[in-house]
Design a protein around this ligand. Structure first.
Ligand code: MEV
Length: 421
C-alpha cells in the first residue's frame, strides 16, 4: 500500500498530486526543479532586487468546501501550521465547510478638508451621483465593459470638534471583478477627484483605496458533530464546550484575541502568499474588522447547537485571482490551478475556510493536550537541521529527539554525534 501523503518523499507527494489531478507534468517540473524566479520577473516586481528568498510551499489536505474536495497550497515557515490545518479539515471531512459572500466591492476614499459647509458639500455630491458615475466610467472603461466599475457612493463627515478638524470623505464602491483592484480603484479616484473638489470647493487631503473592505465580507462556517471530536481522553461535548469558552475569552481580552487571531492568520496568510496575493492588505482589513465593536476581539464565533459544534469566521477578504503579482509569479499560477478556482470569490471562500480550520485546530489543542506537544514534534525536525543533520540523519535524529524529555540544541548535538559514531 502507498505510504500516507505525509510519509511520502517530496517527489512521491508530487507524483500523488499528479495522479489526483491537482498538478500536471509541466507544473510538477516547476516544483521538482524548484527554479528561482526569472531575473526579469523578479526585477519587474520590486526595486533594488538582489536575490530571492525561498519559503516552503506545502499542501493542506482533506478539505471539503461547499461540497468540493480540495488540496490547498500554503506558503509558511512555521512548523505545524499545515499539519494542524489538514488535521482540522480531516475531523470536519464529513460535513466540510460552507461559505457565503454577499457582494465583492472595494472602497476608494476621497478625503477632503477645508470644506466651508460640510452638509451643503455632502448634498452637492449626492445630487451629482450621475456625473460621478459617468466620470468613473470614463476613467476606466474596460472594467465597466467587464461588468464592473463604480457601483455606489456614500459620503461621511469625519469631525474632531475639540481640535476643529473636519473632513468630508467620499467612498466609491467599485466592483473590480477578479483583480485585487488597487490600480483600478486608484485610477477611478484620480478621474473623479477633480470634479468632487470643484463641487465642494474644498481641498484634497488624499485619494486612496481603503484596505478596510467592509463591502467584501466573506463568511466560512463549519459544523462538527461531537462524535467526530471525541478523543481517548475527552468526550466530544467537553471539547466543544471548552472551544466555545476559549472563543468567548478571546472576545473579551485583547491580549488573548491577538494570539487567537494570529492563529487564524497563520492559515489565511499562507494561502494568500501561495496565490501571489498581498498578505499585508488582508491582515490590515482583518484586524480593522476585528475592532469594529470598539475593542479588538476574536475574529471567530463558536457555539454549540444540539449535537454539533458550529464555527463561523467572517472577514473582509479582498483577494484576487488575476492581475498584479498573481499573473507574473509562476508558483502563484500553479497554486491557483491546483485550487481549481475560476474567480476571486472562489479563492476568498477557500482562504476563509483555511482560517477557520486553523483556529479550530489551535483551540482544540489548547483546551486539550496543549499546543506544545504538536509544536515540539514538528520543531524536532527543524532542530535536527539546525544542528547540522544531513540527508537520512534528519529523520533519525528527529525520531530520537521526539522521545527526549528536553528538546534543545545541546541534546540534539549530542544525539547527532551518537548517530554519526
Ligand atoms: C501559533 O502560531 C498560533 C497559536 O498561538 C494560536 C492560538 O493561540 O490560538 C497556537
Amino acid at each position: 500500500m502507498e505510504p500516507k501523503f505525509y510519509k511520502q518523499t517530496r517527489i512521491e507527494r508530487i507524483q500523488t498530486l499528479i495522479q489526483e489531478g491537482f498538478l500536471n507534468e509541466k507544473q510538477a517540473e516547476l516544483f521538482i526543479d524548484n527554479p528561482l524566479l526569472d531575473d526579469a520577473v523578479a526585477n519587474s516586481l520590486i526595486e533594488n532586487q538582489v536575490t530571492q528568498f525561498p519559503l516552503p510551499l506545502g499542501v493542506a489536505r482533506n478539505f471539503k468546501i461547499d461540497g468540493q474536495k480540495m488540496t490547498i497550497p500554503m506558503v509558511v515557515e512555521e512548523p505545524s501550521v499545515i499539519a494542524a490545518c489538514s488535521n482540522a479539515a480531516k475531523i470536519m471531512k464529513t460535513k466540510g465547510f460552507s461559505t457565503n459572500i454577499k457582494k465583492r466591492e472595494m472602497i476608494g476614499q476621497i478625503i477632503l478638508k477645508e470644506i466651508p459647509d460640510l452638509e451643503i458639500a455632502k448634498q452637492a455630491i449626492l445630487d451629482q451621483r450621475e456625473t460621478i458615475f459617468k466620470l468613473a466610467e470614463e476613467s476606466h472603461p474596460s472594467i465597466v465593459s467587464r461588468g464592473g466599475g463604480l457601483k455606489d457612493i456614500s459620503v461621511r463627515l469625519i469631525e474632531q470638534t475639540h481640535l476643529s478638524h473636519s473632513f468630508l470623505t467620499i467612498h466609491l464602491m467599485v466592483d473590480v471583478k477578479d483583480a485585487m483592484g488597487a490600480n483600478i480603484i486608484n485610477t477611478i479616484l484620480e478621474g473623479v477627484t477633480p470634479f468632487i473638489l470643484e463641487l465642494t470647493t474644498g481641498a484634497s487631503l488624499m485619494s486612496i483605496l481603503s484596505n478596510y473592505n467592509t463591502e467584501c465580507l466573506v463568511t466560512a462556517t463549519c459544523c462538527v458533530p461531537f462524535s467526530e471530536l471525541t478523543t481517548s481522553d475527552f468526550s466530544g461535548y467537553d471539547i466543544a464546550k471548552k472551544i466555545v469558552e476559549a472563543n468567548t475569552y478571546a472576545k473579551l481580552d485583547p491580549y488573548r484575541a491577538a494570539t487567537h487571531n494570529k492563529g487564524i492568520m497563520n492559515g489565511i496568510d499562507s494561502v494568500v502568499i501561495a496565490t501571489g496575493n498581498d498578505p499585508r492588505a488582508v491582515e490590515a482589513g482583518a484586524h480593522a474588522y476585528a475592532s469594529r465593536h470598539g475593542q479588538y476581539e476574536a475574529m471567530t464565533n463558536w457555539e454549540i447547537s444540539k449535537d454539533c459544534l458550529i464555527g463561523e469566521l467572517t472577514l473582509p477578504m479582498a483577494v484576487g485571482s488575476v492581475g498584479g503579482a498573481i499573473s507574473v509569479l509562476p508558483m502563484a499560477k500553479v497554486s491557483l490551478d491546483m485550487l481549481n478556482v475560476s474567480s476571486s470569490e472562489e479563492l476568498a471562500r477557500v482562504v476563509m475556510c483555511v482560517g477557520l480550520a486553523q483556529n479550530f485546530a489551535a483551540l482544540k489543542a489548547l483546551v486539550t493536550v496543549g499546543i506544545q506537544k504538536g509544536h515540539m514534534n514538528l520543531h524536532a525536525s527543524s532542530l535536527a537541521i539546525q544542528v547540522g543533520a544531513k540527508d537520512e540523519e534528519i529523520a533519525i535524529l528527529t525520531k530520537l529527539l521526539r522521545k527526549e524529555a528536553k528538546m534543545n540544541s545541546m541534546v540534539a548535538k549530542e544525539l547527532l554525534e551518537k548517530i554519526r559514531s
